[in-house]
Design a protein around this ligand. Sequence first.
Ligand code: A4P
Ligand code: MG
Length: 196
Amino acid sequence: MTVAYLGLGANLGDARQTLKDAVVCLAQQHTITVLAKSSLYRTAPIDAGGDDYLNLVVKLDTSMPVRHLLALCHKIEHHFGRERPFRNAPRTLDLDILLYGEHAIDEPDLIVPHPRMTERAFVLVPLVEIEPALIIPQRGRADAFLPGVAGQRIEKMKSPCQCLASNASNAANASDAAGTLGMADNGDDAPKGGCR
Ligand code: A4P
Ligand code: MG
């Protein structure tokens, strides 16, 4: 099993609902346990235009190989209508792998730790909220980078998404999602069932 951290963001459509449903999609996978979920944050777009984003970070325990996790992220993004008209375009959903255990990966389509994670308040603030003493492999403590992003606007939402308030409600939501999202995991590591 590997502990991984994912960053989720959205600034098109019903971003709050999409982020909530995306976390349920992750929790529904038999090879993923969602260990923690940050508060929801409203954030100023960084290196991007469009409306404010909503962002959060989740901590997972997974037996899913990192390539399968990336494929699952793309599949969930697609399910929620993600389009890529240009770089950093507004999006209905973005799922980035921030950390995957201690792994350092540098391949054309997958870089972990995420190369820009230490430059972004929308990643660092929720990450440090759920893991205050987190060490980013080869870079050191995550909270040491917070002063460098202090100028980026970020505001904790007053009524956070409650989709993973407890393991029990997590299971219930995951069960609901099987019907509403059509994303059942048949037990293998690779994502199964597919989003409609
Ligand atoms: N890819 C490489 N490494 C990874 C990884 N660790 N996790 C590849 C996920 N994907 C990874 O991703 C582009 C390509 O990166 C994919 O083919 C994947 O194989 P994408 O999802 O199409 O686009 P992206 O996530 O926008 O790209 P990128 O370069 O990761 O963008 P950033 O740097 O994450 O910036 N402002 C606010 N407030 N909130 C935001 O969420 N997001 C961005 C995106 C800009 N500004 C933002 C926000
Ligand atoms: Mg992405």
